[in-house]
Design a protein around this ligand. Sequence first.
Ligand code: GLU
Length: 496
Amino acid sequence: MKKVRTRIPPSPTGMFHVGSLRTALFDYLFAKKTGGDFLLRIEDTDRERLVAGATENIVESLYWAHIPPDEGVMLSDKNEIVQSGDVGPYIQSERLDIYKIYSEQLLEQGDAYYCFCTKERLDDLRKMQELNKQPTGYDGQCKTLSKEVVKEKRDAGTSHVVRLNMPDEGVTTWNDMVRGEVSFENKLIDDQVLMKADGFPTYHLAVIVDDHLMNITHIFRGEEWLSSTPKHIVLYHMFGWDIPEYAHLSLLVNEKKQKLSKRHGDVSVFDFTKKGYLPEAMVNFVAFLGWNPGTDQEIFTLEELVAAFDFKNVHKSPAVFNYEKLDWYNKEWMKKLPVEELAVRVKPFFVDSGVDAGRLEDQTFFEGVVRLGRERANTLQDIVSNTQFLFADTLEYETELLKWKKSDLKSAKEKLTQISEFLSTMSDGEWSEEGVEHSVLAWIKNKDYGVGDVLWPTRVALSGQQFSPGPFEIMSVLGKEKSLARIGEGIARITT
Ligand code: GLU
């Protein structure tokens, strides 16, 4: 058996899409499961659609997700983009000479022909076909040009492309790993352009030449490529090459069953990294877009995914990208990570938020912040927004907020003063969430105060917020000194 080799060949035309991440993940899982290789190739032959920085974004997204390629376009130890492997280059614009050789072979074999039709003619042709309700496509006018005419036109420097001489008869069939047997009638397939007038190959020629020369055994891609596959298989036959296995993965849709698109929400991996989704959660969630393990298990590490992944459980029905489910995965993974690790992941988000960097150096304080912030957070970004009040020098809030239900500010002041006195008698050793909670509740009971009468103003004085974590959690993170200072500020606000 040949060594399994899979590839992700994105075009650098924008930010790496979550759909491409799903394909790359399936490539990765399948390669790792079978002891094979996973390659990254950059398909940049469509020069008009290139976007600066897109290649970097593709590479970084794969490394972020912990599914780096084994070969192809990679990151060096110094985080620079490099190419590595025996069958490169792995960037198509650096392989133009190679495509030329194969295009010439097809021309010689009569499997391709020169086409000199102008854009105007092709536009008119399409308009006519549309008007007559005929399928659109090239009508083959240049297919029958004599060798002499072709030579004459080429010698005269007439702009031209090279087209696939698609057979008019027969059926092209393959056994898709997801869809089973798929067939297309050859006569319905267009004479695809293989080489453009600018000397660049089209996707169709470049992809098959590269997949063949790079010894790719399995091709996984989105179902939008389904109608391209018969053209590719015909080309493989023309060259006499082994045909790889194909799996066309289902479309990603949103809950309204619309194709996932930028217009309706986040779609690039970068959108999600920026908001603070963990790679573990993203990969776990994305694995379930079209696949399931056949059991109830939902949380999977990457290693567990490698072990469990099987194309038998990949489905062809559209996969719904449920943003709430992604939040659930992220929450689960934020709980699952040790707090020290979560602190490392969330730190850059705190730095970006502009909090005093010095405070982040105090490890005990910072881990306390993270532990408290993750309770009500879906994302790393939420941890930051949930805990901004812990970093504030002074809290901004309406004094009225200190008032508990039907009680008044006078009572709030009295309770705050008393609890402050009580808390100041506690030793540093007793100052933990449980320690403070235990002592304060006993004190309240002893005084026969209402719990809300004491804890509401205390919590507001500590957080400055209507809704926040509980007072004991906050006090344990802030420490005694800071907690007393905030309660003191609360008391000072009340002038009645
Ligand atoms: N360059 C194509 C893309 O951008 C690759 C499709 C394929 O996997 O063959 O998705």
